[in-house]
Design a binder for this molecule. Structure first.
Ligand code: AKG
Ligand code: FE2
Length: 262
């Protein structure tokens, strides 16, 4: 097989991932802002081939239409129905999994490369990052068609790495409010979360173009993606890592996100 070179996929001018100064600046921005965007991370020829690949695999996507609370946990019966903890939010999307992405995809070359893993680890302050043990959860592509959206939520994982491949004609905007909750201290941030949901706190908006890499501290920053508007589906890649080896996504989470378990 032909050898894949990272520098043919990633634009090293926009993202000099071996440059110590660039990496420490990324670390500072993520710590301060709760989010970091790197524009033109992908070379333009990589974007077009990945859009083509994502389009070719879209028919395999599992579409889910669900309601959930902002913490992505079951409701608490001891709290009133109208409590922010029990407020039900709607989300809908299509999703394909690692095993549905071709082995020769540039996405797998980036995700598995030591250089990229070390780059992400340094920015999020981890020593080493590990792939998911199960064959579904490491790389996902999300598809949001007209009207589909991700409602307000906090992630289960402390950080997320995403890569936008195709932007919709309108909508599909990533909005967030940083540090609503403090998962380390156990502060749930009920009052602030209520204000976010009611639109009383203006969220920050990430301006994303195809090829932009995003790192995001989603466990404490509340976020959503507004409904896609128009005929062009939003394509978004999620790279998921763990700070420990041998971790699989729980069977119940696999069922919810992917409609199947392994
Ligand atoms: O689609 C995005 O930009 C964010 C995705 C997200 O928040 C999630 O998968 O939890
Ligand atoms: Fe999220």
């Amino acid at each position: 097989m032909e050898k894949v070179y990272l520098e043919d996929i990633i634009d090293y001018n926009s993202c000099p991932l071996l440059d110590k100064k660039f990496v420490s600046n990324c670390f500072e921005v993520l710590s301060r802002e709760g989010a970091l965007t790197i524009k033109n991370f992908l070379k333009s020829k990589t974007i077009s081939s990945l859009v083509e690949e994502a389009k070719n695999n879209q028919h395999k996507a599992y579409y889910s239409d669900s309601t959930h609370n902002i913490y992505l946990t079951p409701s608490d019966d001891s709290l009133p129905d109208d409590h922010i903890f029990n407020l039900q939010i709607k989300s809908s999307k299509g999703c394909i999994t690692t095993d549905q992405i071709p082995d020769n995809s540039a996405l797998k070359a980036v995700y598995t490369s030591e250089v990229f893993k070390n780059f992400i680890a340094a920015i999020v302050g981890e020593k080493t990052l590990y792939e998911y043990e199960d064959p579904l959860s490491s790389i996902n592509i999300h598809y949001a068609k007209h009207g589909q959206e991700l409602g307000w939520h906090f992630d289960n994982s402390s950080f997320a790495v995403t890569l936008l491949l195709q932007k919709p004609l309108d909508g599909g905007v990533f909005e967030y409010v940083k540090n609503v909750r403090n998962s380390e201290s156990g502060e749930m941030g009920f009052d602030k979360a209520k204000e976010v949901v009611k639109g009383k706190i203006a969220p920050s908006v990430l301006d994303l173009d195809p090829g932009t890499l995003v790192l995001f501290k989603g466990r404490d920053s509340m976020h959503r993606v507004t409904p896609t508007v128009g005929k062009q589906t939003r394509y978004l890649v999620v790279f998921a890592y763990n700070s420990k080896p041998g971790v699989s996504l729980s069977k119940s989470a696999q069922k919810t996100f992917y409609g199947r378990v392994t």
